[in-house]
Design a protein around this ligand. Structure first.
Ligand code: 5GP
Ligand code: ZN
Length: 112
């Protein structure tokens, strides 16, 4: 837990969020500023800054499984998008690893 980290605080429950799924090591909650009808953030409970710091394939597998379960539960059988922004140029604004699960509308490409 990093005491200044917003998503660590959501993971420990000291800042509220609309939780949609959780496991022992991962958590999923709705984005506060949704960019699509479904916009869920999937995070590891433990603090990892970004994809640059990931060295745990089991953790990544858990995030993938949880994301697919949520996509299915949200009825996104026509498709969905999974995005992670890395660093300033990647557009990252919260420095606790998170994957955006977006769906419920046709996504644009390139994302800009
Ligand atoms: P990033 O820009 O780092 O890829 O994504 C950060 C995301 O976190 C943004 O989509 C933003 O809307 C979301 N966000 C920022 N603060 C909060 C918050 O307090 N609660 C929730 N649920 N989402 C947040
Ligand atoms: Zn954190």
């Amino acid at each position: 837990m990093s005491s200044e980290c917003l998503f660590c605080k959501i993971a420990e429950g000291s800042i509220p969020a609309e939780i949609v799924a959780e496991t022992e090591s991962a958590l999923a909650f709705r984005d506060i500023n949704p960019q699509a009808p479904t916009h869920v953030l999937i995070i590891p409970r433990g603090h990892v800054e970004s994809l640059n710091e990931v060295d745990d394939p089991e953790m990544m597998g858990e995030l993938v499984r949880l994301s697919r379960m949520i996509a299915s539960r949200e009825g996104l059988e026509n498709g969905w998008r999974w995005v992670t922004n890395v660093g300033g140029d990647g557009g990252q604004s919260v420095f606790h690893l998170h994957f955006h699960l977006l769906g419920g509308r046709r996504m644009n490409w390139p994302p800009g």
